[in-house]
Design a binder for this molecule. Structure first.
Ligand SMILES: *[C@@H]1O[C@H](CO)[C@@H](O)[C@H](O)[C@H]1NC(C)=O
Ligand SMILES: *[C@@H]1O[C@H](CO)[C@@H](O)[C@H](O)[C@H]1NC(C)=O
Ligand SMILES: *[C@@H]1O[C@H](CO)[C@@H](O)[C@H](O)[C@H]1NC(C)=O
Ligand SMILES: *[C@@H]1O[C@H](CO)[C@@H](O)[C@H](O)[C@H]1NC(C)=O
Length: 617
């Protein structure tokens, strides 16, 4: 009696799901276009290309008690070419600290008044001039943070400390950056927070080591803020101000282990603002545009006069780039897709790699593989905080030969744009025609997709002659040895409780199943489903292979892995353990506690990594 109805139901559900996938992807994800825009939430600014741009540009000068410096700075700003644009000038004059008995108040008052007099008399013919004279000492941090609250998404601030000198070309350059990378939808990214005109100098995750750049790079993206001439985009700056408020008010410090700037913060604390901004940028995964003008040249140069940043005057850090020294195609701003991206270790990262078909998979596998091995990490059903913790471990283990697979979600696309290669499961399975092979029921749609996408990726890996590890996100590698091939004697290994699966790039492994491997595999999935098995990829694949007479060897989980569970807390990672895993239904608070006790919970409360870990490149 139940029979006929049960045959109709899956069929019906199948067509409903296909319809659902179809309309979902065609309404919200522009996947059909060849250039992937993987994040559906990237609301590109609606800019009518025919209309004139109408944005507000404000120069924010921060000064204190250095008349010579601010005079040099303002003169260089006034000497720049502003085309026919209106540009506002806001000057913030900090006050000396009151109540310091030892200080010579008379002399300090005189200095302040001379600065006020100079700024008052300074002619600014490009737009409004505004002067903000403080009543008490604010310090550099408040000078920066209070200098700007954007009044719209079309307002930009260029912040200069008073010991800077800018190139006469600086505005023309910034203007073209704004036009090309903010108002041109194909180059706009909400996670670019501005542009620094200073010469890129150091790598904060590598003890402040010097940056190594090749001579061909003109423009690039780098996470670090450059305080000697920084253009700020409005939205990220507002976000930062709110984030700062939130953290400062709660007494949360901007510590980011592994960064030289955290050392500065521990020494001089709230005198500087950059450790706050750096921590924010790290948490959000944002980027800054930089120039490489070669020959120690820059559009903005610091004279490093004695003050908060320098005990004594250190002199100019670079040469100013002017018209006469323009010996290359400086104004040819490349499309964003041609630029390189670097993190706080100055490691190149590749944002927005979302694999949607077999060709893209092939090229991503080629680019991530290490020693001919690739790790496929399944994120299905894994909580976000667990995934973020896992990725911090990958970073600290210097382990980059992985590809993530998971259901398309904002979270998955965010991981992609932060540089973790991902496979968008639905898009991928549709493109390879996998849905034609399957019938779906509501209860197991996700499970079937997970199993199928793993099978396709496994096949592609073996075809591309890579060893492949298929692992579940509910695990943590403790060191990277496990994932480097150590001459296994079998082609296939399975970890029965840990959901680990390994396949070797041997010719015998490659030939399994032949051309109809996937349709036979799908048949197997269908037939196992009919028996209502609870299914996992490893289980199905092992069964499939065994049917073909291929031996799948059990991994020695007891010696390789530590399993944490609900009951046995306070275990330790003994010798020889390569990874830790747990059941996917373990309660997340317990899991977190267990990982904390083992010292392998390495994310903050907002699930950002606690540390930046750089490795030798
Ligand atoms: C993306 O948009 C969806 C729906 O509009 C919203 O629920 C989600 O919070 C957004 N995600 C981000 C990261 O802004
Ligand atoms: C530009 O914006 C300003 C302020 O929003 C507005 O007053 C002005 O009319 C705009 N000009 C043009 C040409 O749209
Ligand atoms: C936007 O940028 C793209 C890529 O750099 C370029 O091809 C296109 O011409 C630009 N559009 C406009 C209106 O400038
Ligand atoms: C686990 O160990 C920590 C530190 O050694 C201790 O504070 C905690 O009480 C222990 N928990 C249990 C359940 O034994």
């Amino acid at each position: 009696m139940v029979g006929p109805r049960r045959r109709i139901l899956p069929l019906l559900l199948f067509s409903v799901s296909v319809l659902f996938f179809f309309s979902y992807y065609h309404s919200s994800l522009p996947f059909s276009s060849p250039d992937l825009n993987p994040n559906p939430n990237f609301t590109l600014l609606a800019q009518d290309p025919n209309s004139d741009l109408n944005f507000t540009f404000i120069v924010k000068v921060l000064t204190f008690n250095r008349l010579e410096s601010v005079a040099r700075c303002l003169r260089s700003l006034a000497a720049a070419d502003y085309l026919t644009d209106k540009v506002q000038l806001h000057v913030y004059i900090d006050h000396f600290a009151l109540g310091d008995a030892s200080s010579n108040v008379g002399q300090k008052l005189q200095e302040s008044h001379r600065i006020l007099e100079f700024v008052d008399g300074f002619e600014w013919k490009y737009g409004d001039k505004l002067i903000h004279y403080r009543t008490a000492n604010a310090g550099l941090q408040a000078q920066w943070l209070e200098a700007w609250w954007p009044s719209s998404d079309n307002e930009f601030a260029f912040v200069v400390e008073d010991d800077l000198e800018v190139s006469p070309l600086y505005y023309k350059f910034l203007r073209s950056l704004i036009v090309n990378y903010y108002y041109n939808a194909s180059n706009y990214r909400p996670y670019i927070y501005g542009a620094s005109l200073q010469r890129p100098r150091f790598v904060p995750g590598k003890h402040g080591n010097k940056i190594q750049l090749d001579d061909r790079t003109r423009l690039f993206l780098y996470q670090l803020v450059g305080t000697w001439g920084q253009l700020l985009f409005p939205k990220p700056w507002k976000e930062f101000r709110l984030w700062y408020d939130n953290h400062k008010a709660k007494g949360i410090k901007p510590f980011l282990d592994g960064m030289v700037t955290t050392g500065w913060y521990k020494k001089i604390g709230e005198k500087i603002w950059t450790p706050w901004f750096i921590k924010f940028i790290h948490t959000r995964g944002y980027f800054n545009i930089y120039t490489n003008c070669l020959h120690e040249r820059a559009l903005s140069v610091s004279h490093r006069d004695a003050g908060v940043n320098y005990g004594k005057t250190a002199g100019p850090d670079s040469h100013i780039l002017d018209e006469s020294s323009l010996d290359f195609g400086f104004w040819d701003l490349q499309p964003l897709s041609d630029l390189r991206w670097y993190d706080f270790c100055f490691r190149e990262i590749f944002p927005e790699r979302v694999v949607g078909n077999l060709d893209e998979l092939g090229s991503v596998l080629n680019s991530v593989q290490k020693q001919d091995t690739v790790i496929i990490v399944s994120l299905f059903g894994v909580p976000e905080m667990v995934i973020r913790n896992l990725l911090c471990h990958f970073e600290s283990l210097n382990l980059w030969h992985y590809v993530l697979i998971g259901p398309e979600s904002d979270f998955l696309f965010e991981l992609a744009r932060r540089g973790h290669p991902v496979i968008g499961t639905d898009q991928f399975l549709r493109s390879v025609g996998a849905y034609k092979l399957m019938s779906f029921q509501d209860s197991n749609v996700e499970m079937i997709k997970e199993v199928l996408v793993k099978a396709y990726v496994l096949k592609k890996c073996l075809e591309s002659r890579y060893n492949i590890w298929v692992v579940d996100g509910n695990m943590l590698p403790v060191n990277s040895d496990l994932f480097i091939e150590s001459d296994p004697s079998y082609d296939f290994y399975i970890g029965k409780s840990s959901e680990l699966f390994f396949a070797r790039r041997s010719s015998s492994a490659r030939s399994i199943g032949g051309n109809d491997f996937l349709s036979k595999f799908a048949m197997m999935v269908n037939s196992l489903l009919a028996k209502r098995h609870s299914l996992s990829f490893g289980y199905i694949m092992a069964k499939f292979l065994e049917q073909k007479g291929v031996r799948v060897k059990d991994l020695d989980e007891t010696s390789l892995c530590l399993r944490i569970g609900n009951s046995n807390v306070n275990q330790s990672l003994g010798d020889g353990k390569q990874m830790v895993f747990w059941s996917s239904d373990m309660a997340s608070d317990l899991l977190r506690k267990g990982l904390q006790e083992l010292g392998i919970w390495i994310v903050n409360d907002d699930f950002s990594c606690k540390a930046v870990v750089c490795h030798k490149s």
